[in-house]
Design a protein around this ligand. Sequence first.
Ligand code: FES
Length: 586
Amino acid sequence: MSTDGNERKKARKTPEELRSHRWYGVNDLRSFGHRSRTAQMGYSREEYAGKPVIAILNTWSEMNPCHTHFKQRVEEVKRGIWQAGGFPIELPVQTLSEPFQKPTTMLYRNFLAMEAEETLRSYPADGVVLMGGCDKTTPALLMGAISMDLPTIFLPAGPMLRGNWNGATLGSGSDTWKYWADLRAGKITEEDWQGVEGGIARSPGHCMTMGTASTMTSAAEALGFTLPGFASIPAPDSRHAQMAAKTGMRIVEMVWEDLKPSDILTAQSIDNAVTTCLALSGSTNAIVHMIALARRAGIELTLDRYDSLSRRTPVLANIRPTGAYLMEDFYYAGGLQAMLAELGDLIDRSQKTVNGRTLGENLEGAQIFNDDVIRRRSNPLMPDNGLAVLRGNIAPDGAVIKPGAAEPHLLVHTGRAVVFKDYNDMAARIDNEDLDIDESCVIVLQHAGPVGAPGMPEWGQLPIPKKLLQKGVRDMLRISDARMSGTSYGACVLHVAPESFVGGPFALVRDGDLIELDVPQRKLNVLVSDDELARRKNEWVAPEPRFSRGYGAMHQVHVLQADKGCDFDFLQRGGAGTTSSEPEIH
Ligand code: FES
């Protein structure tokens, strides 16, 4: 991507220069077909001729509760597009519903990214509105749009309202894990549990804790892909609907200006988004997604860069699971704009955004209205190190931990490994009364990575054995090559790379080995000699592939490891078989 994008001045496009002109504007047999079929849908030429065609990629479905309101929002987007002189076309794409899709939406993130890119490529789109929010939809849509590089604006679903039960405020995910542990420990009743079920998700919108959804929609705004302030507005708020109409208006103008992702994305805007994720104490999933997004743009974002930004970035958002509040409170406290303004010199304000102004210009006048929810830099929730990248003999390509989510005494810890060879093994044995385990042990889950699980599910908050929960144990050191929900917490080391299923040294850990974690030193090692590890490696037998056909078979061959963002090798910029120009359209 261009690093001089902010300085470049472009001439406004003419109607003949629109991409859609090749479908609608020329006088040949093919365009006759396009126009006659558009007439079939009830449009006369006057309604679309010479206007930018705006594709609206909508991830609404009846299986995605986070996007329930998209059926209405898309009408508001269309209203804005019509008013600005564009021609809106709604194109439904895969929904990636976090609560329902098995084994994990992450398996299908790249599928949606491909679908988004190829839908835009194969239809007469001049510009695109991306409608997403539920976890993987945001990175997937952005990855596809970045690769296609048409003028692009993102419409975030917005967080749902706070949960409520018996006077208690409930947060998505975080309170599910909390009350589930209480139920298993016998501290609440089945009736209480059903009360939580009825009150934890009580409006449209994505999870309102600082999970992957809130993290990635905020990252999208920090990158410059949304109108200013949009990512924090709760889904049911009338200002969310107003912003949807404004998004529709703005994309039409972006087409005439030819303002594309390649004009917005730079190494500095990627740093801005990573800094934002860190100041939010955002989901660890954002690491994988941000690396993948950056690589689509030809920008190398490494785990080491992530770690160095973490060392200088304070956590300012006091939002669960790291903090106390929820996204609704964050919005009333000033929202992301206020937090970005407070970050001051840690943000590069010169970066361009979709409204044509710089990030700094957009932040003018942003204020904090509650400095317990959005902390001042002089009083952060954590001064730095919201995230740490670890390396060692079981994670030569890296692993990650969120120190703020762990009990402090576990951040420097050596313990005996209790190894589960896969998820089924763990599910079958974790609650056995005779399992040889205590709170000083290290729970290890293998075969939970991108290829082995498959799809690197959010299993990383490994369950604490029931007998230890009943003793009052609430945190233990846990290590896996899985991901973890951003709404989870605990001393969970995640994203171990390379993963165990493909023969990474994490596969060589056995019951009884001592594992040493030192977060300040960024170390993660199994205390076994190199000779012994080499002997175990010789004995290691590659497991049978998970899939013999279909999308899964393609995924297992082409997915990259976590430190490379889990994109497909051929989809990265410069990946095998890619070209810099579009094929000719006939
Ligand atoms: Fe959709 Fe959490 S389930 S964002």
